[in-house]
Design a protein around this ligand. Structure first.
Ligand SMILES: Nc1ncnc2c1ncn2[C@@H]1O[C@H](COP(=O)(O)OP(=O)(O)OP(=O)(O)O)[C@@H](O)[C@H]1O
Length: 260
């Protein structure tokens, strides 16, 4: 059997006296699409922050693609192959749609800093190639028609798409999506589900998805982990998780879009 792409063992973090997450154990195999759900304040975003080097776990180990990442900084984690999107959209608002993708793609640029500073021919060749690649990239997301627009002027659903495009432009193996359907209408959410399925196949991605929209999570995830009060309370197929009494109990009083 092949090694998992991500192995998180007994990871935890506390902020002062508050244990935000503890005993967090998850395994992701290559190519899987897995959900991470839980009521508000359960510790989902904190877990993403630990996986991406934003927070250093107080305990436990994280092995990604055979390497320990617990002590790495966010840009080092990105370089290893983990990209993410944020709950609140974080784009370069004053840059064009194309430039938002080019900035993310920059780490893959073939020309050196030296040729960029002195505007050597290799810089222009590299730059042109990157522009072409980025436009082709935008096309996959249905964003090529907006390439010269400032990203802040895009409709909300398109900004969410651009966030995913920007995350993928860094060439990750693992994509962490933090509530990608937040604020979307049902039509946009359906289109987003199709997009996630498409990019997963096209880029051979492994995806971990935080989402409150249960129809989305149950519709596209193969497995689901459930956090409550910073602890994993269940994991399994969507059906198993939906019928788990601990999960039902955790969600009692929470407003969810579907029965869970
Ligand atoms: N930097 C921090 N300092 C102190 N407490 C924090 C910090 N980051 C997160 N927390 C706390 O950790 C707990 C988990 O928060 P987190 O944002 O991870 O929950 P969540 O499951 O993502 O919630 P939501 O679904 O509402 O986004 C909360 O009690 C939160 O206040």
């Amino acid at each position: 059997m092949t090694n998992p792409l991500l192995k998180v063992d007994n990871v935890g973090i506390h902020f002062g006296g508050l244990k935000a997450v503890s005993g967090f154990d998850i395994t992701l195999n290559e190519g899987e699409l897995v959900g991470l759900i839980g009521p508000n304040g359960a510790g989902k975003t904190t877990s993403f922050n630990m996986l991406t080097g934003v927070y250093k776990p107080t305990e436990g180990t994280i092995i990604f693609d055979g390497k320990a990442t617990k002590n790495l900084l966010p840009h080092q984690v990105t370089k290893l192959g983990i990209s993410r999107t944020f709950q609140n959209i974080r784009l370069f608002k004053e840059l064009s749609v194309l430039d938002n993708v080019k900035v993310a793609n920059h780490s893959l640029a073939k020309h050196s800093m030296f040729s960029a500073i002195f505007r050597l021919p290799s810089f222009f060749v590299g730059e042109e190639k990157m522009t072409e690649e980025s436009i082709a990239f935008l096309k996959i997301f249905g964003l090529d028609q907006y390439k010269d627009e400032l990203s802040k002027n895009l409709p909300y659903g398109m900004q969410r798409r651009l966030e995913i495009a920007r995350a993928l432009a860094a060439g990750p193996k693992l994509l962490l999506l933090d509530e990608p359907a937040a604020g979307m209408n049902p039509q946009e959410t359906r289109e987003l589900m199709d997009l996630i399925s498409l990019v997963r196949k096209k880029f051979n991605l492994t995806i971990l998805l935080i989402e409150h929209d249960m129809a989305l999570v149950m519709g596209i995830c193969e497995r689901i982990y459930v956090l409550d009060h910073g602890q994993l309370i269940a994991s399994g197929t969507p059906e198993e998780v939906q019928n788990d009494p601990k999960v039902i109990q955790a969600y009692l009083g929470e407003e969810v879009e579907d029965s869970c």
